[in-house]
Design a protein around this ligand. Structure first.
Ligand code: SAH
Length: 362
């Protein structure tokens, strides 16, 4: 394993890679070639970079590394969804999910090892946050899936990426933004931002910051409740950023970007699934042209919540529509392999390196 100070080339945007290679006496065009080997041809080893001088490859192998996670477990669902448990170079594991849609393959990536947000229904946060993933590690999740697809079919392509795995993407803001730029760059996989969705539990300052980045991605906000009492009981982040701060931030985001936000709403029996809740929700989001995604909460160990039954989810959706709110019930892919993130990692042994576990309330 590479020493901690060894630069991971997967994590470097092209200007930084160019600087590093120039420091090794290489011309700029070499950096572009190496960058393409990493982010377009998805090389897993320097020996694959066959158009590069042997001496350079020796040096790169000695002084740098590539992010190539190990697939520790792979579970395939009857509907074609595949869930991977990936081990990063330091021994920490995260989950990545591949979903197959009519239009192509979508990859759901983790952005942190664990999560500090403490949502009571979520398996990913139960032991707090261990560390952030680097941009290169997040990219390597996508690359692992893409390489596997190529093995079966050279034309198969990851076309969409969703940041809905383990972690709170906006709590790892800089690395996530760097990842998005690598992912969408013309020298990389060139996945358009319109095919990227980022989901947040509602960190208001970061939502404002994101609105100024000029990205065409889709922002999803995990709302889950239409009043502060219910939301705070489900999501501690609501104490820091209550609905009176979050909803205006969402309106500002829409005004600044011209992009509609979609809201996630996990339906919990007897908690947020009553007709009164539907009415409050419609009132809260009035005039935003918002889209609400309803999903029965996925029961996880140690969580007090049970899912609303399917008929009630449909009734709730119909009620929202009658109140002019655009609502859909999300199709559950991979239910038979518990594809909702966080559960596989929890089953796995503790990480090898003893990194500090923490939980922060923002
Ligand atoms: N931290 C981000 C993204 C990761 S979670 C966020 O909070 O949005 C992705 C989505 O799954 C979020 O909407 C989250 O609230 C939801 N989720 C987490 N655990 C769930 C569960 N047990 N059942 C249903 N949805 C869940």
């Amino acid at each position: 394993m590479a020493a901690p100070e060894t630069p991971c080339l997967t994590d470097l945007p092209l200007p930084q890679l160019t600087e590093l290679l120039q420091g090794m006496g290489q011309p700029a065009y070499r950096a572009k070639q190496v960058y393409r080997w990493i982010h377009q041809k998805l090389a897993t080893d320097f020996s694959q970079m066959t158009d590069q001088p042997a001496a350079l490859l020796v040096r790169l192998r000695a002084e740098t590394s590539l992010a190539v996670p190990e697939v520790v477990r792979r579970q395939q669902s009857r509907d074609g969804t595949v869930k991977y448990l990936l081990r990063m170079a330091d021994g920490n594991c995260v989950e990545t999910v591949r979903m197959h849609y009519r239009y192509g393959y979508s990859v759901c990536v983790s952005t942190q090892v664990g999560c500090a947000m403490g949502c009571r229904f979520c398996a990913s946060t139960q032991a707090g946050r261990v560390r952030d993933l680097t941009a290169g590690e997040i990219a390597a999740e996508v690359y692992t899936v893409q390489r596997e697809l190529w093995q079966g079919d050279a034309a198969a392509r990851v076309s969409h990426v969703v940041l809905m795995g383990i972690g709170e993407p906006l709590h790892n803001y800089d690395n996530v933004l760097r990842f998005l730029r690598i992912l969408s760059g013309p020298e990389g996989l060139n996945i358009g931002m319109r095919n990227v969705s980022l989901s947040t539990c509602g960190l208001v300052p970061q939502i404002d910051r994101l609105s100024r980045e000029d990205l065409q991605l889709t922002l999803s906000v995990s709302l889950h409740a239409p009043d502060d009492a219910t939301r705070s009981a489900m999501m501690p982040v609501n104490d820091a950023f209550p609905l009176s701060a979050l909803i205006p931030a969402c309106r500002r985001y829409q005004a600044a970007t011209g992009r509609r936000i979609s809201f996630e709403y996990a339906m919990v029996r007897g908690v947020n699934d009553t007709p009164e809740m539907a009415e409050k929700l419609a009132k809260l989001l009035k005039g935003m042209g918002a889209h609400v995604n309803l999903i029965p909460v996925n029961p996880v160990d140690g969580s007090p919540y049970t899912a609303s039954d399917a008929a009630n989810v449909q009734r709730f959706a119909a009620r929202l529509r009658a109140l002019s709110l655009n609502a859909t019930v999300r199709r559950r892919l991979g239910a038979d392999i518990s594809a909702a993130c966080g559960q596989l990692r929890r089953e796995e042994a503790a990480p090898r390196t003893n990194t500090r576990q923490e939980r922060i309330t923002p």
